[in-house]
Design a protein around this ligand. Structure first.
Ligand SMILES: N[C@@H](CCC(=O)N[C@@H](CS)C(=O)NCC(=O)O)C(=O)O
Length: 204
């Protein structure tokens, strides 16, 4: 498998999943500028027409995009590592519930707006000060007294820890959300998570 990524963006979640499952993979850095080139000067729009990361090239050369789909694909390549419950089970639907919540309610509704240079100041403030507290409260209520979003660490945690990394650069102090702060500390202590973050920090 080959992952197209941008350092510390949402594609980090897939790198974490690859490291957690110890699956061999190649990595291609994408520049998220107007040109959208890979590090080897390939036209990324020819690989993923949306221009967004992540994209995953499978072992047989197919391209898969959209983080939640990519994460489940990686987890399903090595089910023994249990990063996703079996397809068709209720637990799998719960995994999809959390992947969708993180994608739609946290990643895109909040952080995409805060980090988008074209987003007006009022939109950034609305995302940070009005939308975020209700979503962090929901996550905090669920994570109170539990280690991970499901009973075991899963690809939903790969995604959540990735978005929590963005809090500080977005001017959000996780100290106001002690359950999430403790969760973030717990997740970043996992060797695969620490390795993935460390490697991508060095690429910034
Ligand atoms: N719907 C896509 C969104 C991915 C996304 O927003 N990726 C960001 C990085 S975190 C990106 O590529 N931003 C550049 C852009 O939107 O042009 C997914 O879930 O994978």
């Amino acid at each position: 498998m080959e992952l197209y990524f941008a350092p510390l963006s949402c594609s980090l979640a897939t790198r974490i999943a690859l490291y957690e499952t110890e699956q061999p993979a190649g990595f291609h850095q994408v520049t998220l500028s107007s040109k959208r080139l890979t590090a080897s000067d390939a036209d990324y729009l020819a690989i993923n027409p949306t221009g967004q990361v992540p994209a995953l090239r499978t072992e047989i050369g197919d391209i898969l995009t959209e983080g939640p789909a990519v994460l489940q694909y990686v987890a399903d390549r090595d089910p023994a590592q249990r990063l996703a419950p079996p397809a068709g089970s209720f637990e799998r639907a719960k995994l999809q519930q959390w992947l969708n919540y993180i994608s739609s309610e946290v990643h895109k509704a909040i952080f995409y707006m805060i980090f988008n240079p074209a987003s007006p100041a009022e939109v950034k403030a609305f995302a940070r000060d009005t939308l975020l507290p209700a979503r962090y409260a929901h996550l905090s209520r669920h994570l109170e007294g539990r280690d991970w979003l499901l009973d075991e660490f899963s690809v939903a945690d790969c995604y959540l820890v990735t978005t929590l990394n963005w809090a500080a650069p977005a001017g959000i102090d996780l100290a106001a959300w002690p359950v999430l702060k403790a969760y973030h500390a717990r997740a970043t202590q996992r060797p695969a998570v620490a390795r993935a973050i460390g490697e991508e920090l060095a690429l910034r």
